[in-house]
Design a protein around this ligand. Structure first.
Ligand code: HEM
Length: 411
């Protein structure tokens, strides 16, 4: 699991067959805070203790979100093409994600207000319609990879739906977004330009026509100085939240389809879908490590380690949730326990846990209502997504058949 520098890489932790054992091994060697490699050649500190994580997340004065505070940015050390530059660029984007203090407050309030203004009944109807259209596209029966056929489009298109894009534009944004991640050279630049153009055009259109979606509310918010700030505010949910939603939906379906004990308890009515969703938030957090790095403003001691001014810290949500200080060994004792950090805490905590739950709940519920799904777990087990940030099976091979009670849409 360690590389040439002797440091553990985040991806190795996230995609390990047993991440909690890997965090335990790191804890045994280093304590609550361990040196790691964020990606090849880029070092950072992994914060694994629950208490230390809360302290870092809540202390804007000691730990900045502004990426200009990162030594690797101000000393120009990051190799070109480094993936982490997307989350911590040398020039911060004009959104709360990259700012602290008063500027964070100015840029965060519009999103909080817009989420508050969303009518949840409308959101529920729109997301249900989206979900049924994805299920319909799967056809009456067959074999498929459930992650690609259902969980990923659900995660991404739910976000574009919240932002007010129609399905066709959402699908184009999803294609371009994938090119931004895996494409190369000109293709990436062209896809980025299309995404930016589509969002800016949508903002202007919504400002003129009005609507009941996030962009419509953001487009007229007085806190914004220009449309670039609105676009940056929309981009974080569109890219980052979409992958967390995909992970939450995938992990809950995985648990639901593979854990017979849970399946019989759900079917017997003793455990609700929300309990299964909570179980995942605790045990298999959709966000294993937060890509929202923090940077030490000054030399500081944390968990027994000396963190130097300008160093980067990565918050391991999965490790903090598994900290023996906050949980018991029986998963069902945890139902109702909200001390997990899957939504973060402090000034940068997730503004949208309600909306995220609504989306994940509808996705899992509708799929299992409309389809009889059987998981085919290969003998060597399911491969885990190769990511420093999210943990979920890379693929979930299933056979499925339209549930007879709901009929065959294509018949
Ligand atoms: C399963 C779904 C989701 C999970 C697990 C999740 C988790 C998180 C966490 C842990 C943070 C804090 C990161 C940190 O402090 O290091 C965060 C921040 C954020 N989340 Fe979510 N989130 C989810 C869905 C959403 C959705 C649906 C939206 C938008 C509609 C959203 C928008 C944001 C934004 C904008 C931030 C940054 C806030 C700031 O820096 O001021 N998230 N999320």
């Amino acid at each position: 699991m360690t590389n040439l520098t002797g440091l553990v890489s985040l991806t190795a932790l996230t995609s390990s067959p047993d991440p909690q054992a890997a965090y335990d091994a790191l804890r045994a060697r280093w304590g609550a805070v361990a040196p790691v490699e964020i990606e090849a050649g880029v070092p950072g500190w992994l914060v694994m203790g629950h208490q230390e994580s809360c302290h870092v997340m809540r202390s804007e004065a000691a730990f900045a979100k502004d990426p200009r505070t990162w030594r690797w940015n101000y000393e120009d050390l990051l190799p070109p093409g480094t993936a982490i530059a997307t989350f911590a660029p040398a020039d911060p984007r004009p959104s709360s994600f990259h700012h602290d203090g008063e500027e964070r407050r100015r840029l965060r309030k519009p999103l909080d207000d817009a989420l508050e203004a969303l009518d949840e009944r409308t959101v529920r109807d729109n997301i249900t319609t989206l979900c049924i259209s994805i299920i319909d596209r799967m056809g009456p029966s067959g074999t498929t990879d459930l992650v690609r056929a259902f969980c990923q489009p659900m995660g991404f298109l739910a976000m574009t739906t919240l932002l007010g894009f129609d399905l066709e534009t959402g699908a184009q944004l999803m294609t371009d977004s994938a090119k931004v991640v895996v494409g190369d050279g000109d293709e990436v630049a062209a896809a980025q330009a299309r995404v930016a153009g589509t969002i800016l055009q949508h903002i202007q259109q919504r400002r003129e026509d009005g609507g009941q979606d996030l962009i419509s509310f953001l487009a007229v918010h007085q806190n914004f100085a220009h449309d670039g700030e609105i676009a940056s505010t929309a981009v974080v949910p569109m890219h980052a939240a979409a992958i967390f939603l995909t992970a939450w939906i995938t992990q809950t379906l995985h648990l639901r389809l593979s854990d017979q004990r849970l399946a019989s308890r759900v079917n017997g009515g003793r455990v609700g879908l929300d309990d299964a969703l909570d179980e995942v938030l605790w045990r298999q957090s959709p966000i294993a490590q937060s890509p929202a790095l923090r940077f030490a403003r000054n030399d500081v001691e944390l968990g027994g380690r000396l963190i130097a001014k300008g160093d980067a810290l990565v918050l391991s949500i999965a490790a903090a949730n598994g900290d023996p200080a906050v949980h018991t060994s029986d998963p069902w004792d945890e139902v109702g326990n909200r001390a997990h950090l899957s939504w973060g805490t402090g000034p940068h905590s997730c503004p949208a846990p309600r909306q995220a739950r609504l989306i994940a709940r509808i996705a899992v519920d509708q799929l299992l209502r409309h389809m009889d799904v059987q998981l085919h777990v290969p003998e060597e087990g399911l491969p885990w997504a190769h990511s420093p940030w999210v943990r979920h099976p890379e693929r979930m091979p299933v056979t499925y058949r339209r549930a007879t009670a709901y009929g065959d849409v294509n018949a």
